[in-house]
Design a protein around this ligand. Structure first.
Ligand code: SF4
Ligand code: SF4
Length: 397
C-alpha cells in the first residue's frame, strides 16, 4: 500500500517549511535507508514562469527549495542539483526563471549546482509501451544522478485540470521537445496520455509537493494564489496526486493524468488504498478551491457516451485561444511559444488563427499578464453552466 504524508505549514517561513518537509520525509519512512552520503540528488523543481516571482504561486517556492537543499546536504550528506526547463521557449528564459525563483541565490549560499535542462546534454528515451510517445529526449542529468526528488507546485491546469507530481516530470524534456509533444498530442486526453508516457520513463524516487500556497482558477499561470497550507510527500507520485487533488476538491479518478497513470499501474489513485499519514485529508481540504473553466469538458464526458463525445469534444467543445487586448503588453511571448504557429501580430496586436489553434494552452502558460482567454464553444459553455448549476464544479472564468 502506498503511503502519502501530509504536514501543515502556515506560510513560507524557512523554519516552518523545513520542519514540515522533515516531518513529511520521516512519515513516509525509510528515507535514511535510501539516501546515502555522497549521493547525487536532483531536485526537479517546477519553474513554469521566467517572470513571475514567488508571490504569484506559479513556481515552486524558494523556501521549499532551500529547505530541501539543506535537508539533503546537511541531514544526508548529498551533493544537491536543482534543475528544470521553464515553460517559455525564449532564449535564456530558464536562466531567468532560476533568478526569479531565487535559485541562483540559493545555489550561491549552499553550493547546490544549478542544471539548466535546456543547455544540458540530452538523452534519448525509448518506450515501446508508450500510448503516444514511443521516444523523446530528456535532460541527461535526470538519469545520471543517483536520486530524483520531484518538487511540484499544487495548481489547477486549464488543459489537464490539475498539475502536480505526474505533470512535473514533463519538465525533464528540454524546451523545443515539449513543443513537439503538444503537436503530437493536441487534444487534452492525448496530452494526458503523453504526460503519463513521460512520467512512466522518468519516475522520481521521492515527490515532495509545495502545497502551502497553491493556484486556483485558471492555472497553471493565470490563476490566483490560494492558501492550502500543506507539504505533501510520497514515494508514489500517483498516490500523491490522488491525495493532493482530493484536498482541492477533485475526484482524482476524473483527472485524466491521474486516471491513466493508475490504469497503467504506475501508482495508485484509489484513496481507500492509500495510507495517508500526518494530517487527514478532510482536515486540510479546501473543497471550494476554484477549478479551471475548462473543467466543463470533463463534466460533459461523464454524461455523454464516448463515441459521440469524441466528435463533439474534438470539434465543438475544445477551447481556442483569444486575446484580451486591454491586458496585452505586446511582449509576443505567446507567439514564440505557440507550437501550431496559430498566433501572429501583423499590425502589432496579437491575433489567433482559430482554425490553426489546437487548444494546447501553451500561450496561456507563458502569458504573464492574464491577456489570454481560452474561449469555449457554445457546447462547452452550456456544459460549464450545467456543471456550475449542479454544483459539480465550481469554476472561475
Ligand atoms: S497575450 Fe500575453 S504573451 Fe501574448 S503578447 Fe500579449 S501580453 Fe504578451
Ligand atoms: S494559440 Fe495558444 S492554445 Fe492555440 S495552438 Fe497556439 S499556443 Fe496553443
Amino acid at each position: 500500500m502506498s503511503t502519502v504524508s501530509i504536514s501543515c505549514c502556515e506560510d513560507y517561513d524557512l523554519v516552518k517549511v523545513s520542519l514540515a518537509a522533515r516531518r513529511c520525509l520521516d512519515l513516509i519512512g525509510n528515507v535514511a535507508d535510501l539516501v546515502k552520503p555522497g549521493m547525487k540528488v536532483l531536485l526537479k523543481v517546477n519553474l513554469l514562469s521566467a517572470a513571475l516571482g514567488p508571490e504569484y504561486a506559479v513556481n515552486t517556492h524558494p523556501s521549499v527549495i532551500r529547505a530541501l537543499v539543506d535537508i539533503f546536504q546537511k541531514d544526508y550528506g548529498c551533493e544537491v542539483y536543482i534543475g528544470d526547463s521553464c515553460g517559455s521557449l525564449r532564449t535564456g528564459s530558464t536562466y531567468q526563471a532560476f533568478r526569479v525563483t531565487q535559485i541562483d541565490k540559493i545555489a550561491r549560499e549552499t553550493g547546490a549546482i544549478i542544471v539548466n535542462f535546456d543547455k544540458d546534454e540530452s538523452l534519448d528515451i525509448f518506450n515501446d509501451n508508450g500510448a503516444i510517445l514511443k521516444s523523446f529526449k530528456i535532460a541527461k542529468t535526470v538519469k545520471s544522478v543517483d536520486m530524483v526528488v520531484s518538487v511540484p507546485k499544487l495548481k489547477t491546469h486549464g488543459l489537464t485540470r490539475y498539475t502536480g507530481a505526474i505533470k512535473n516530470m514533463f519538465g525533464a524534456i528540454p524546451a523545443n521537445g515539449k513543443k513537439n509533444v503538444h503537436l503530437i498530442a493536441p487534444k487534452p486526453k492525448l496530452m494526458a496520455q503523453a504526460l503519463v508516457d513521460v512520467y512512466q520513463m522518468v519516475q522520481p524516487h521521492i515527490t515532495i509537493m509545495d502545497g502551502i500556497i497553491g493556484m486556483e482558477g485558471n492555472g497553471p499561470n493565470a490563476g490566483d494564489p490560494r492558501k492550502v497550507g500543506v507539504v505533501i510527500a510520497s514515494y508514489d507520485g500517483v498516490a500523491l496526486d490522488a491525495v493532493a487533488s482530493s484536498i482541492i476538491g477533485f475526484n482524482p479518478i476524473t483527472v485524466p493524468i491521474i486516471k491513466y497513470a493508475y490504469e497503467r499501474e504506475l501508482g495508485t489513485a484509489d484513496i481507500n488504498n492509500i495510507n495517508v499519514v500526518g494530517e487527514e485529508i478532510d482536515r486540510v481540504s479546501v473543497p471550494d478551491f476554484k477549478k479551471p473553466s475548462s473543467s466543463a469538458q470533463d463534466f460533459a464526458s461523464r454524461y455523454i457516451p464516448n463515441f459521440i463525445l469524441a466528435k463533439l469534444f474534438d470539434n465543438s467543445c475544445s477551447s481556442v485561444s483569444s486575446i484580451y487586448e486591454a491586458n496585452c503588453t505586446r511582449c509576443y511571448e505567446c507567439i514564440r511559444n505557440c507550437p501550431a504557429k496559430a498566433m501572429s501580430a501583423p499590425n502589432g496586436m496579437v491575433i489567433v488563427d482559430e482554425d490553426a489553434c489546437i487548444g494546447c494552452f501553451c500561450c496561456d502558460e507563458v502569458c504573464n499578464y492574464k491577456a489570454i482567454v481560452m474561449k469555449r464553444t457554445l457546447f462547452g459553455r452550456v456544459f460549464l453552466r450545467m456543471a456550475e448549476f449542479l454544483g459539480v464544479e465550481r469554476t472561475k472564468e
